[in-house]
Write a protein of this length. Structure first.
Length: 478
């Protein structure tokens, strides 16, 4: 009994303070500086807990107050509370020093806890032009955990930059041809995913402590989509690299004032015909890889991490047994010729035409779940006009103010996705504006009701949502 307790109590202490637990226990026993754990160990040993237990601890809390509290607090989200909930992670950045980019806005609303989405944005030294800056924006949609997306948040750009910088050797002050830039970005993505998988495999095979292994395995066990946009002001070219089902769309105003939605990425899921035929070509004879819009059960057809779709079955089994990794795909799915998943992005490159008002929307599928690309572009285009004073703020229709409803009304009495009748313009941040309108817009009860549901229940009415909106304009013309 004693040895059992003392071992448990000593272990963490010895890790923190001393490499050798025996040294510690000798010292504790002979020292006057006993701490609680030390005292606990010794008091158990002596059987005199009462006298040795430290006395200077906090008082027991009074519990009477809880008796008068209601079973569940009735909290109502005011309009202000809703606004602060959807804007709590929002940012608005003006980019005077970057030719071609006026400003950008971002926002994130979590459904999972911790949020599985991540993002980054900012400038970085141009790969081949001294004293010039490029811009980068990314939204990263994690699944089965936040660890992969969190890693991409800091590592994706460095890996891509490394490959871009290497082009200097060949192209000097540039610009490098577009397809060469696209290849470099692709290599950066692939190198990073290889590093993630290798770090996990090597750590598992090493004699590193289990706690180090846990950290290196997690980004391989979990998965993430990545959508990265790079803007080269010198050529006014926007490169968009997409792995997974986050989506980038360009909004451009036509001469007649309407807004055109130009897709810069195509969702890579088990419903994408091109992806399905690519998989069939790569795995001839395996006809059941894509079923019900899923790739061996997974919604996306490309991703970082997601080791189960990349490792041979024996490795999956061993990782599951030794490190409590996710349950192997077999026997539920037939794993014959992995990998079934790649982090290779599809890259598009677009020259920004400054003669027309133009903006970029990048968002994780949480936004696109309830709003189409065209709707998002229209909503943002009208918002821009409103911000420039060309249009009056939209009147809230009283009918939407206090409607009593529940989610069972979706599809019959109530539209679940975005509808123009509920469109509202009240936010100064374009990304917050999109989030608000995708979740209910002017229908306060719908919006507040959706936000009031917390994880894990919130996941049925909204996903993690991350949005960035970039406004382009030729500085010379501004
Ligand atoms: C416990 O006491 C030992 C000996 O005084 C000290 O080195 C150690 O830092 C203490 N541990 C904690 C967790 O306070
Ligand atoms: C709206 O989004 C939710 C949550 O992501 C999703 O379950 C639902 O199918 C979407 N509804 C429509 C009409 O697109």
């Amino acid at each position: 009994m004693f040895s059992c307790y003392s071992t448990r109590a000593r272990l963490p202490l010895s890790r923190v303070t001393r490499p050798n637990s025996r040294t510690y226990s000798t010292k504790a026993a002979g020292s006057k500086n006993w701490n609680i754990t030390g005292a606990f160990v010794v008091s158990l040993a002596l059987g005199t807990g009462a006298t040795l237990w430290p006395r200077d601890k906090s008082k027991a809390p009074h519990l009477e107050a809880t008796i008068t509290q209601p079973l569940v607090a009735e909290k109502v989200l005011s309009r202000e509370a809703v606004t602060s909930l959807i804007s709590q992670h929002a940012y608005s950045i003006s980019t005077d020093s970057i030719p071609g980019v006026v400003k950008y806005d971002g926002a994130q609303v979590a459904s999972n806890q911790p949020c599985e989405d991540a993002f980054f944005h900012g400038q970085f030294p141009a790969p081949w032009q001294h004293n010039k800056q490029w811009m980068a924006w990314a939204v990263l949609d994690g699944h089965a955990g936040w660890q992969t997306s969190k890693l991409l948040e800091t590592k994706l750009l460095p890996y891509v930059r490394e490959r871009l910088t290497q082009l200097q050797d060949q192209y000097g002050q540039g610009p490098a041809p577009t397809h060469v830039v696209q290849d470099a970005i692709t290599q950066g993505f692939l190198n990073l995913d290889t590093s993630i998988m290798k770090a996990a495999e090597e750590s598992a095979a090493s004699d590193e402590p289990l706690q180090i292994k846990a950290g290196k395995l997690a980004p391989a066990f979990a998965g993430s989509c990545a959508l990265l946009s790079l803007f080269d002001p010198a050529t006014s070219t926007l490169h968009v690299a997409c792995t997974g089902d986050s989506r980038a769309v360009l909004g451009q105003q036509r001469p007649d004032g309407s807004w055109e939605a130009i897709p810069l990425s195509v969702d890579q899921t088990g419903r994408n015909a091109q992806e399905i035929s690519r998989l069939q070509k790569e795995h001839p004879g395996e006809d059941n890889i894509v079923k019900g819009g899923r790739v061996l059960g997974l919604m996306v057809s490309r991703a970082f991490g997601d080791s189960r779709w990349k490792w041979p079955l024996e490795v999956q089994q061993e990782m599951s047994r030794r490190y409590y990794g996710p349950a192997p795909l077999a026997p539920r799915y037939d794993v014959r010729t992995p990998p079934y998943l790649t982090a290779e992005p599809v890259v598009t490159s677009t020259r920004i035409d400054y003669s027309r008002p133009t903006f970029l929307i990048m968002a994780t599928d949480g936004l696109w779940d309830n709003m189409s690309s065209q709707q998002a572009v229209d909503v943002t285009g009208r918002w821009l006009e409103w911000r420039h004073g060309k249009e009056m703020p939209r009147q809230l229709r009283p009918a939407f103010a206090d409607l009593d409803f529940d989610f069972g009304d979706f599809g019959s009495k109530l539209e679940e996705g975005f509808v123009e009748e509920r469109e509202t313009r009240e936010d100064k941040n374009a990304a917050v504006h999109l989030v608000r309108n995708s979740l209910g817009g002017a229908h306060h009860e719908l919006l507040a009701g959706r936000l009031a549901f917390r994880p894990p229940f919130s996941r049925n009415v909204r996903d993690d949502i991350t949005v960035q909106v970039v406004v382009f304009q030729d500085h010379a013309a501004a």
